[in-house]
Design a protein. Sequence first.
Length: 230
Amino acid sequence: MIKSISLAVFLAICGIGCLTTSYAQTEMRTGRPMTPATLPLPFSYPSAFLRPTIDRTEHPGQNVSLGDFDITLGKTKLSTVVQTVGGELQFTPAREGFLCFSAPIVEKNSRGQMKDLSETTARQNIWLMLGRRGEISEARLEAVPNGEVACPALPLEYSNVKVASIYINEPVRELEKDRSLKPSEVPEDSDWIFWFSQKDEPKKKSQIGLFGAEKSNGAIKKIISVVETI
């Protein structure tokens, strides 16, 4: 059955940064000012996240791959990510905790073959957002425009980055061939493609999955995936 999430539910989803302090702040002394982020800040939620049209129970964007290291949104702890690939916890002005990395963007040579990642110069930023229980609850990926600042580089072995099977600079025509990723919504007035899910959890809770990819000039330039239990 198709469902629409109300504003109250949306605020519960984005409450990690919009309304509440993050889990990591419980480690700080009360009243201690938060250090402003020194790394690029993550981009904002697409407006379609406000009222998603839910048409599935499984969230296709729950798994994030950094090479052979897999992150399950809503489950993998921040501490596990830091122990594996490094990173420094930062905070947005809205008090969202995040890690930020950069990695090469997948490119093809003149023969249509994938270039080795060590040979590419274009980069993407990857933000991993901190949830309320110390878990990674969101991933946001964006191609870094020329002249803009990139986050610290991931080790090369972790630089092949995907959310589900989608990667930055993937041709949209290739994504459209994947029948398992039939979109929940493709707004006519936007360059975004969306997948929305809601899955019942124990103790009368629900896991909401919000997943989107933005296209530009025939390729994917932004990806965002959110998992939140409400």
